[in-house]
Design a protein around this ligand. Sequence first.
Ligand SMILES: O=C(O)[C@@H](O)[C@H](O)[C@H](O)C(=O)CO
Length: 464
Amino acid sequence: MDDNFLLSNETAIRLYHDFAKDMPIIDYHCHLSPQQIYENTSFANLTEAWLYGDHYKWRAMRANGVEERYVTGGEGVTDYERFEAWAKTVPQTIGNPLYQWSHLELRRYFDVYELINEKNAPAIWEQVNQKLAEGSYKARDLIKMSGVEVICTTDDPVDSLEFHIAIKQLEDFNVQVLPSFRPDKALEINRAPFLEWVGKLSAAASRTIDNYDALLEALEARVKFFDEVGCKVSDHALDYVAYAETTRAEAAAIFAKALNGETVSLEEEKQYKTYTLLFLGRLYAERGWAMQFHINAARNNSSRMFGKLGPDTGFDSINDSAVAYPLVKLLDALDTDDALPKTIVYSLNAKDNDVLGSIIGSFQGGGVPGKIQLGSAWWFNDTKNGMLDQMNALANLGLLSRFVGMLTDSRSFLSYTRHEYFRRLLCNLLGEWVENGEAPHDMKLLGDMVQNISYRNAKAYFGF
Ligand SMILES: O=C(O)[C@@H](O)[C@H](O)[C@H](O)C(=O)CO
């Protein structure tokens, strides 16, 4: 992992070092806490910075046979013991990007070059904790030293956005930290917290929600509020893509059943989701927001561990639902009304790359370059193969040059090295094409393409 890590030819080396490396970062989808950013959280040790929320590492530790109490913490377990358990696991992760990301993070942030393993664990722990104790590695320091220009967090419509508003007032921090409107709980009518969440929405929107019209009015009020705070992106977890022809009256009747505590069938769920999502899509289009669909995740597979640890704790997987028909119908319904917003479709299942890469070509237009995007490799695809598969699918079926590039999708302040990892792979891909005669050896043309994908496309597309 030297300066030319992942760069296998001279063109790639030049493209990365002369064009990609120093471009600012726009991280348009992540799960960082705006509160931790505002409060400028400090990390007492490497376990707090690395293991307090990163379920990628937790999964690897479990697969390596580490007892849960050393993975997510437990009675009497010290932070050093958790770090040591991770250090013992890292040598077993060769082939998984965690191996490279972990070493990159130590090098780029803490200038620590030891291999992570049981033998070096004490020295690494001491070196990093000494730096953390200096007080210049707090949350906002790590963001600034990473060259980040924009962060879009992931936020529930009922959130007060108090910390996003407060961050704008900070004088020593000119990074944009913007909310993303993530209304999954408004759509998941069959999930247990639905009615409780409707109550929270009612309070946040200062409206009584006793029918479907009131629900939609409340959602629109929250879209307006998010927009006022600078939101430019919405986000939907579509674990399966629902589409069912539905009238407003039908959706209203289904919502009324849920309000009355009656069972809503799967077909009714699809109808409710369809109408509500299309209603929201029109609002996004009106406000020039981008709409993200994160498709085909299977979440919280272990009921036992979901009960203990809750969601986003490493017990998810790739789903394999059919996406083409329902997704085309959703996009077409909005497009027919000239109400299709800028849209980014991600699937967690790489089998969908070509399907989505071809679908997006059916709805481009409006004078917006790359209006409909094939989303970057995401979650389990956030790997060398996953990133290359996504970029090749987009290049083969659409315009890689108009791609809005990488995101961290992370809960860790040290994850910005994922942008470096991506940029290296991008430069190497273009370099290989040049070496094979598939692309011209025109460093201005290719350099512009690299900088556009790394930064400029996202800045223009989202309007940051
Ligand atoms: O946005 C999502 O649904 C996922 O990114 C989810 O939050 C997951 O836990 C994750 O962080 C994957 O990187």
